[in-house]
Design a protein around this ligand. Structure first.
Ligand code: MF3
Ligand code: CO
Ligand code: CO
Length: 294
């Protein structure tokens, strides 16, 4: 087991008794087997998912992916980001799904649309898309009580070289992260893979927003930073479901938030791109619950 999972004397006992380790199985010969589900809940507040939960999140994920496909098919210069909002909202409704962003902590719309120098949490509105823009569309739906969260960055018309580069590097960063998704690797390994991929190519990683546990709720523990050191952080175990959603900037990593309280924009006004999927850690690797080709 890696350092990140070393059991402290005062940690909850991994047998799931609820007692401190030192007062329970520590040093005992016939200690009870580790109950990972109870251990991760007690130690990190992480809720591991059962098979039926994974099926539920996957069903939500299929609708999320279909929403993204539909937006991609309709996307063109001259359309407003509010039209994308309507498309996504009505598509969710058709399945009896609920768009999770709507009214989430006061967010006013059903999807995030983040154009060019907007890093994330762009609010759909009157902005008219133009040839050469890039736009991240971030969809989270609740279906039969389960949440799935995914996003892609699309080109509007013909991309210039900067747009092409940042979208390519953001996609490669998520791909690099996927290579780390297996039991006994750590959350730090994920961040390390993303950060190395982005910085190697002269891009930078946004620190203020992170991936997150998802499924029973929109944002659950753990946080999944998109930077980090190999071997650090929580050890991945089967049953974990979380997003990885690197926001990669062409220029510097700093940002500011607009007066609307949501829209995150690069401080240097250079473009930013993002890809996100919801992942499930299996016994021998991972499965994407919102799979698309990168
Ligand atoms: N979908 C975003 C994420 O990946 C969260 C959006 S919160 C909202 O975590 F309120 F802006 F919708
Ligand atoms: Co997310
Ligand atoms: Co999202």
């Amino acid at each position: 087991m890696k350092n990140g999972n070393k059991i402290g004397r005062n940690d909850p006992c991994p047998c799931g008794s609820g007692k401190k380790y030192k007062k329970c199985c520590m040093g005992k010969q016939n200690s009870r087997p580790v109950d990972v589900k109870r251990w991760y809940r007690q130690k990190y507040d992480i809720r591991l998912k059962e098979k039926k939960d994974v099926e539920g999140i996957k069903a939500a994920g299929r609708i999320v992916l279909e929403s993204l496909d539909m937006v991609e098919a309709e996307l063109k210069a001259g359309m407003t980001t509010d039209e994308i909002n309507t498309l996504v909202h009505e598509h969710a409704e058709k399945y009896g799904a609920v768009p999770a962003p709507l009214n989430y902590r006061g967010f006013p719309k059903s999807v995030c649309t983040s154009v060019n120098d907007v890093i994330c949490h762009g609010i759909p509105g009157e902005y008219v898309l133009k040839d050469g823009d890039i736009i991240n569309v971030d969809v989270t739906h609740i279906y039969k009580g389960y949440y799935a969260d995914a996003s892609k960055t699309f080109f509007v018309g013909t991309p210039g070289p900067d747009a092409q580069k940042i979208v390519r590097v953001a996609g490669e960063s998520l791909k690099a992260a996927m290579e780390m998704l297996a039991p006994d690797n750590t959350i730090g390994d994920i961040g390390w893979a993303i950060q190395s991929c982005a910085e190697r190519q002269g891009c930078s990683v946004v620190r203020e927003f992170v991936g997150h546990g998802v499924g029973f709720d929109f944002h659950e523990p753990p946080q999944v930073p998109h930077y980090g050191k190999k071997g650090e952080g929580i050890v991945l175990v089967p049953g974990m479901v979380f997003t990885v959603e690197p926001m990669i900037n062409l220029g510097k990593p700093q940002l500011f938030i607009k007066d609307d309280g949501w829209t995150a924009v690069t401080a240097d006004r250079e473009p930013s791109a993002q890809f996100e999927q919801t992942f499930f850690i299996t016994e021998d690797g991972f499965e994407s619950l919102t799979p698309y080709f990168l």
